[in-house]
Design a binder for this molecule. Structure first.
Ligand SMILES: Cc1cc2nc3c(=O)[nH]c(=O)nc-3n(C[C@H](O)[C@H](O)[C@H](O)COP(=O)(O)OP(=O)(O)OC[C@H]3O[C@@H](n4cnc5c(N)ncnc54)[C@H](O)[C@@H]3O)c2cc1C
Length: 306
């Protein structure tokens, strides 16, 4: 690939992606594109040969990039895409804004988007994945998003366009979300801050938050995430069916199903993407053999094998 359009941003050929993902694995992108701002991104996409694939990424907290890397222009947004503004109970966030920052800024202004506080991704990934926890999802607070199509046109996306489902949305291939607007209930800033502290504490007690993971590996067969309430049912939780199949703590190369939370896949140090994906597939097989339940990956796996 040679003739890429001019940009005011940054284009890096053959850029390894391992340091840009939470699991710290992954081969190179043909190109890593860091656009300067939305106009730069729109012009670049309009001028880019339509046969060239593009892959937008956030902060890589839900990704396994395979060892052979990605044959595409990988788009990663930073400054120029991270503004957060609050007007009344509406919060507008650029896609590079971290979920945690959005939650904190909203809370300071007395708006409750506290559910975003403990999710380690950025806003683009949150919308794309319909991220959520403790009983709230992006879908519950979503007003609209702005995206740039593969042809470089700026469009507004409604909830209907995105068709939010548990950890899934419909976003056409190559479209890049650049901004989203959320609505939160009014709350007392101090009370909201206290709730976020409690959520952080709960995470640290129940999940391997200090390890290299990508959060939940598989969607819960029940079709929803933990509510965080004491009466939560665990029968169809992914961690429960993995436990029942005896796979808590299972290893393959440098990959391990966390002894602390069996639905978290951990890079214990030297794992390759193949170790991580291979162990995940082994878990799916064992769970199916044990209970007849077919687990579906929540972690997105992209790129080519090494
Ligand atoms: C410790 C830990 C805990 C977690 N807990 C939770 C949780 O409680 N709830 C939850 O929902 N998730 C959780 N996750 C998973 C993850 O944080 C979320 O899925 C998050 O929304 C992903 O955001 P990201 O910026 O990292 O996206 P990435 O991982 O970089 O990308 C994820 C997907 O979104 C797409 N995408 C990203 N940005 C854009 C964009 N601008 N335009 C179009 N597509 C885009 C990518 O193409 C990819 O398909 C956890 C992860 C970790 C590591």
């Amino acid at each position: 690939m040679t003739d890429l359009p001019q940009t005011r941003g940054r284009l890096t050929p053959d850029r390894p992606l391992n340091d840009l993902t939470w699991l710290r694995v992954g081969g190179p992108a043909d190109w890593l594109f860091q656009p300067a701002d939305p106009e730069d991104l729109a012009q670049f996409l309009a001028a880019l040969d339509p046969s060239v694939a593009v892959f937008p990424m956030g902060v890589g907290s839900n990704l396994i990039v395979r060892d052979g890397g990605i044959r595409a222009v990988v788009i990663r947004m930073g400054r120029g895409f991270n503004a957060i503004t609050v007007e009344g109970t509406r919060v507008t966030a650029g896609v590079a804004a971290l979920d945690a920052h959005v939650a904190k800024k909203a809370a300071e202004a007395g708006v409750d988007l506290t559910f975003l506080r403990t999710i380690p991704g950025a806003i683009g990934g949150a919308v794309r994945m319909n991220a959520g926890c403790y009983g709230s999802y992006v879908a519950d607070h979503f007003v609209q998003a702005t995206a740039i199509t593969r042809a470089g046109e700026m469009v507004t996306l409604t909830a209907e366009d995105l068709n939010f489902r548990y950890r899934q949305t419909d976003l056409p291939e190559g479209w890049v979300i650049i901004e989203a607007v959320f609505e939160g209930a009014k709350g007392d800033p101090q009370e909201l801050a206290g709730r976020m502290e409690a959520q952080l504490k709960k995470r640290d007690e129940t999940q391997p938050t200090k390890d290299r993971t990508a959060g939940s590996t598989f969607r819960n067969p029940a079709g929803f995430s933990s509510t965080g309430q004491a009466d939560d049912s665990h029968e169809l939780k992914a961690w429960k069916v993995i436990d029942d199949a005896g796979m808590r703590g299972a290893t393959l190369g440098g990959a391990q199903m966390s002894p602390m939370h069996s639905n978290f896949l951990v890079n214990t140090g030297g794992a390759t993407a193949a170790d991580l994906e291979g162990l995940g597939e082994e878990v799916r097989k064992k769970v199916f053999q044990h209970s007849g339940i077919e687990l579906h990956w929540e972690i997105m796996r992209v790129g080519e094998p090494g």
